[in-house]
Design a protein around this ligand. Structure first.
Ligand code: NAD
Length: 354
């Protein structure tokens, strides 16, 4: 189980250090995990003049999974675009052909007050959003800004999906639904857009291979509304790139605590890149203040989706639940009556709970 570990920039090294401690415990208990670090983003630029250096690329291609902290920071904001840290992130996603983005939105009952929604609406929320990541209007050709036949400037993008692109994301989504509550909601705008009418048709076809999964369909405008009205009606949601971009951010904010949210991006063979949903938080970098739980939960997703180690994944997730029940909180999720801990202090608590 070869893991390329990319701490990145800002709080990246601090949160990754805590996730490594968690994985070390599992290794000592017998999981054959091998970890090797390499620089990405600003760290890649500092070391090799590139946000996705060749040596990092080589390591990531050879690994079974990649565990990433975060990239970016004010120090790099004035670099030429191709050298900026965020380019490293786009490059690695493309290089590894990571087409399936998994973003869980989980609200632990202990953190129900962190949400802007009423606790009874969100407490116990556990949704998985599956977003197609390499197609749709973000990549469709033709695209551009040009002068039209009337001599007026006009801009255009093209929403398109091939059947194989839809089928492969459908299989990922149904597979995930099978491992959860077997309820899958496909989000489209089939009443207006042919692309998503086609999407719906293919999903109905793929559903025949998963008779245990209850497939439903919802228009994206309604889905946006239902996510804030009654989010607990959803188990797994699946959608294309642009709708998924918006809905996954909306869903993550239901929980109100960005330091708690993991993510995974998978390829055809379940090789994956695992990272917290947040950025490099330059404002608190180097202060041992960051919440490492999103990164630790990303490592749990890696155990589940790439290494098929469900038991180890649950062990890590249960340890996180335990420390929350015990009242340990980093500053971002702190409330009165709890015990405030540092980034490494939270790591200590999780390791103890394991
Ligand atoms: P951010 O997610 O880094 O920070 C937003 C706010 O949330 C900040 O106040 C920060 O302190 C807080 N925060 C974030 N993660 C936290 C954690 N684990 N614990 C406690 N508090 C946390 O977003 P931003 O400020 O918009 O961006 C900062 C940098 O990160 C930029 O350079 C941006 O490009 C980059 N970025 C990288 C990624 C990525 O690596 N995937 C994603 C988003 C932003």
């Amino acid at each position: 189980m070869k893991i390329a570990v990319l701490p990145g920039d800002g709080i990246g090294p601090e949160i990754i250090a805590q996730a490594r401690r968690v994985l070390d415990v599992l290794r000592q208990d017998g999981l054959p995990l091998e970890m090797e670090e390499a620089p990405l983003g600003g760290a890649g630029y500092d070391a090799f003049g590139q946000p996705y250096p060749e040596s990092t690329q080589k390591l990531c291609r050879a690994a079974d999974a990649v565990l990433l902290g975060a990239v970016g920071g004010p120090k790099y904001d004035n670099l030429d675009r191709p050298l900026r840290p965020e380019r490293g992130l786009l490059a690695i996603r493309k290089d590894l052909n990571l087409f399936a983005n998994l973003r869980p939105a989980i609200l632990y009952p202990e953190l129900a007050n962190a949400s802007t929604l009423k606790p009874e609406v969100v407490s116990g929320l556990d949704i998985m959003i599956v977003r197609e990541l390499t197609g749709d209007i973000y990549f469709g050709q033709p695209r551009g800004i040009a002068v039209n036949e009337l001599g007026e400037r006009e801009a255009y993008n093209t929403m398109r999906y091939s059947e194989s692109e839809i089928r492969r994301i459908a299989h990922v989504a149904f597979g995930i639904a099978m491992k959860r509550n077997k309820k899958l909601c496909s989000v489209d705008k089939a009443n207006v857009l042919e692309t998503t009418e086609f999407w719906k048709e293919i999903f109905i076809d793929v559903a025949r291979e998963y008779p245990q999964v209850e497939l439903s369909h919802m228009y994206v405008d309604n889905a946006a509304m239902q996510l804030v009205r009654n989010p607990k009606q959803f188990d797994v949601m699946v959608t294309g790139n642009i709708f998924g971009d918006i809905l996954s951010d909306e869903a993550s904010m239901l929980t109100g605590s960005i330091g708690m949210l993991p993510s995974a991006s998978l390829d055809q063979n379940n090789k994956g890149l695992y990272e917290p949903s947040h950025g490099s938080a330059p404002d608190i970098a180097g202060k041992n203040l960051a919440n490492p739980l999103a990164t630790i939960l990303s490592a749990a997703m890696m155990l589940r989706y790439t290494f098929a180690q469900e038991e180890a994944a649950l062990r890590v997730e249960n340890a996180v639940k335990t420390v929350l029940k015990q009242g340990y909180r980093t500053a971002d999720i702190f409330e009165a009556g709890c015990e405030k801990v540092s980034c490494s202090g939270m790591g200590d608590a999780v390791v103890a709970a394991l």
